[in-house]
Design a protein around this ligand. Structure first.
Ligand SMILES: Cc1cc2nc3c(=O)[nH]c(=O)nc-3n(C[C@H](O)[C@H](O)[C@H](O)COP(=O)(O)OP(=O)(O)OC[C@H]3O[C@@H](n4cnc5c(N)ncnc54)[C@H](O)[C@@H]3O)c2cc1C
Ligand code: SF4
Ligand code: SF4
Length: 419
């Protein structure tokens, strides 16, 4: 294989679609929304592309992360990444709580960063106005901008695309993304002091996997959106917890239409999750170990309906994350009660099993000569040993079957990329 390193990342199924490479080298690397493979980078042909790609791969957490520098002192930290403290709560602003995916905590923390003077902007993603099936990476500087991103987008999105702008500018910017996005941001900050100086805080959302555009189109079919209709809104979560999946569009007569909402459990469980990319199935960090703060759903105390008042699980992973949460609590931006540090395991039992299965999946892939991500010092083998025998076997044998069924040895190529 002779392609440049970023094209190889994509070809070997190691790319997560975070966008860091394209953000750092916008003149040589661009992102393409491939319906099947996800939002992926395409490197310009020639020397310019080769050089950019060789530099960009140093920022890319898709192929490798290093857990050895993370502060992990006990079994909770070793299982989940650093957990300094945990809370369960919601945004103090009722609209943020209502519009948020779980309790609106991420949006509330972002807004508090702006109003407290910690930051000038918040880098995050929002649905594209011209095509809400797709997402764009934006830097918001006010409440209205932040609200555009409230609620999870269960679709391909690349927030790290904004890292280049943050590095080149002179503003303080909070970075919000999935664990893989934040891992690339962290790697880029280690490589570039100017970038690190411009990011006072990172916030990760928990993530079980990112569905592709094919999944979004299947969801639109289920919601009864006519093919070719002008979509004006697509919501996956929010407006209550966990919220309904719902679409709006303009029909052939020019009238606005809105679908019935379907429950999150149906949308995620029966439609979206089966289209997660293979990279997500070998992902070793679903809860944002490299962030200052990580936020997810407190599933140990689930909502009784589809649109209950929202609640978020908020985890401080670094001292500066913990200090900022305390500040947000004092200011009333966040309303939350402390929880014991092991709440993360009670809230996300499925993700612990998923982390355990990853070691078996990667071994199965390596045995077939396929590339796998490398997460140095994470201790995946220990997590795998903790699985019941049946799940251990399944993690290896199931992967062999999947490799054959999905022909995962084939190179992923994105239209326009080098071959
Ligand atoms: C694909 C996906 C899978 C998830 N899986 C889990 C899971 O297994 N367990 C769990 O507890 N939680 C999961 N979540 C996270 C959960 O849905 C909430 O995002 C989290 O609880 C934060 O809620 P909130 O109300 O505090 O955030 P909000 O206030 O609603 O803010 C959400 C923030 O996340 C950003 N965001 C939304 N979608 C994306 C995206 N695709 N990529 C990058 N940034 C994005 C928005 O820009 C916004 O800033 C997942 C989210 C996504 C997008
Ligand atoms: S930096 Fe991100 S988008 Fe670029 S190749 Fe790596 S994982 Fe993919
Ligand atoms: S599962 Fe992992 S690799 Fe996939 S989108 Fe989520 S954090 Fe990124």
């Amino acid at each position: 294989m002779t392609a440049d390193p970023i094209t190889r990342m994509v070809a070997c199924n190691l790319c997560t679609g975070c966008g860091a490479c394209a953000g750092a080298f916008p003149d040589a690397i661009r992102l393409v929304d491939d319906p099947v493979n996800g939002r992926r980078p395409v490197v310009a042909p020639g020397l310019r592309g080769q050089e950019a790609s060789r530099s960009a791969v140093a920022l890319c957490a898709g192929g490798a992360t290093d857990w050895r520098s993370l502060d992990r002192s006990d079994v909770i930290d070793r299982d989940w990444g650093p957990v300094l403290a945990a809370w369960e709560g919601w945004a103090g602003d009722p609209e943020l709580r209502h519009r948020g995916s779980s309790g609106g905590a991420v949006t509330a923390l972002g807004l508090h960063a702006l109003t407290s003077g910690l930051a000038d902007g918040v880098a995050h993603v929002a649905a594209r106005a011209d095509d809400p099936r797709l997402n764009e990476a934006v830097i918001s500087r006010d409440r209205a901008g932040l609200l555009r991103g409230a609620g999870s987008r269960y679709a391909q999105a690349s927030p790290a695309e904004r890292l280049g702008d943050i590095a080149r500018g002179d503003e303080q910017t909070v970075f919000v993304g999935k664990p893989c996005d934040v891992a690339s941001a962290q790697k880029a900050m280690q490589a570039d002091r100017a970038l690190a100086a411009n990011i006072p805080l990172t916030i990760a959302i928990f993530c079980a996997g990112q569905p592709n555009l094919v999944a979004t189109d299947r969801l639109l079919d289920r919601l009864g959106v006519p093919k070719g209709a002008q979509l004006t809104d697509l919501r996956y979560r929010g407006e209550g917890w966990p919220g309904l999946m719902q679409a709006s569009w303009v029909d052939e007569n020019g009238d606005n239409q809105t679908s019935d909402g379907i429950p999150y459990a149906e949308g995620w469980g029966r439609i979206l999750q089966s289209e997660r990319r293979w990279r997500c199935r070998v992902c070793a960090d679903h809860t944002g170990a490299f962030a200052d703060i990580a936020v997810g759903d407190p599933w140990h105390a689930p909502p009784s309906g589809d649109t209950d008042a929202g609640r978020s699980l908020i985890v401080a992973r670094t001292p500066r994350g913990a200090a900022f949460i305390h500040d947000a609590l004092r200011a009333g931006a966040l309303v939350a009660e402390p929880r014991s540090r092991d709440v993360i395991a009670r809230a996300q039992p499925n993700l612990k099993a998923t982390h355990g299965a990853v070691w078996g999946r990667r071994i199965a892939m390596r045995s077939l000569g396929l590339a796998t991500p490398e997460d140095r010092g994470q201790g995946l083998f220990r997590l795998w040993l903790g699985l019941p025998a049946r799940q251990k076997l399944q993690s290896v044998a199931g992967t062999w079957k999947r490799v054959l069924r999905e022909r995962l040895w084939r190179r992923v190529t994105i239209p326009g990329s080098a071959r």
